[in-house]
Design a protein around this ligand. Structure first.
Ligand code: ATP
Length: 288
């Protein structure tokens, strides 16, 4: 388990992490959500032992981040936002180089190639790879040290939907290899697709941590959205209508709205209670 307790990290006057506490379960896929500047990259860098904390404590699989920084680095890997390999080398040459630096085992080497479907492009010069293939090479390099935990810092930026899906599918597989994943992305649909649990952070503080299923289904919200068939010439002027087909209201006004629709012979296609996806949930939380 990763246990972050009351961590403070300041840059001058700014608390990038402000008494942050959260927990990541072993062998899970954990999503970290937050707007720009919330502190996600700072947290990932700290968890990887790349930067030090000012106060608080962090335990990673029984290791203390302050006392056992070297051991923490050995079991962790971070896949950065930027591409971190040599464009002029082939895929094979890049993998050989980084495998040597990290003293990778043959098993880890073969697994990195297999999981990221690189075997057919091993002899290709890295600069000529597609955006998705470059991302997969970036991820493969991160797997060479056989990490127990992998941190992904927005790994699909600039990747087309097909390749993005392939990358997400491969990340889901990591659980079968006993790897714990911490994943940050601006694309909430990605987090919704692969994560078991999600933490929302804002201004360096934890806003909420819960199982994704709970966030999507057990949300106590009085909001109701009603999808209707579009029709012209109806008097619904005091009902808020979005995109001509969605009425957003609250539960206390539901009877009034349904009555109005009935009187106007407007058919209802769907009614949704509470939050229906992570993006909406996130916005609800952010609005307070
Ligand atoms: N080395 C640094 N020196 C000064 N301020 C920093 C430094 N690194 C981060 N910050 C500040 O700390 C805050 C948190 O930054 P961080 O990069 O962790 O956020 P983030 O959630 O990863 O944002 P993004 O989604 O834009 O990458 C920001 O206000 C940022 O400007």
């Amino acid at each position: 388990m990763i246990k972050v307790s009351n961590v403070i990290k300041s840059y001058g006057e700014l608390n990038a992490l402000d008494s942050l506490s959260l927990e990541v379960k072993e062998n899970s896929i954990f999503g970290l959500l937050g707007v720009n500047g919330a502190g996600k990259t700072t947290l990932l860098s700290i968890l990887n032992g790349l930067i030090e904390i000012d106060s608080g404590s962090i335990e990673i699989f029984g290791l203390d981040i302050k006392k056992d920084r070297r051991a923490v680095k050995e079991i962790s890997s971070i896949i950065p936002q930027h591409l971190a390999f040599y464009e002029k080398l082939t895929v094979q040459e890049n993998l050989d180089f980084f495998a040597k630096v990290q003293n990778a085992s043959k098993e880890a080497f073969d697994k990195a190639i297999e999981i990221n479907s690189l075997s057919s492009i091993l002899n290709q010069t890295s600069s000529t790879l597609s955006g998705g293939q470059k991302r997969r090479l970036n991820i493969a390099i991160g797997l060479l040290n056989s990490p127990k935990i992998i941190y992904f810092d927005e790994p699909t930026v600039g990747v087309d939907p097909k390749n993005r899906n392939e990358i997400l599918d491969s990340i889901k597989e990591y659980k079968n290899f006993g790897i714990t994943v911490v994943y940050t992305s601006h694309y909430m649909t990605e987090i919704e697709r692969i994560c078991d649990e999600v933490a929302i952070i804002s201004k360096g503080k934890l806003v909420e941590q819960d199982l994704l299923d709970n966030m999507l289904t057990n949300r106590v919200s009085d909001k109701v959205s009603i999808e209707i068939s579009y029709s012209k010439n109806i008097d619904i002027s005091d009902i808020i209508l979005k995109d001509n087909t969605i009425i957003e209201t609250t539960q206390d006004k539901l009877c009034f709205v349904l009555d109005k629709l009935n009187k106007n012979n407007i058919s209802i296609k769907n009614i949704r209670y509470g939050s229906t996806n992570l993006e909406k949930y996130f916005l609800d939380i952010s609005e307070g």
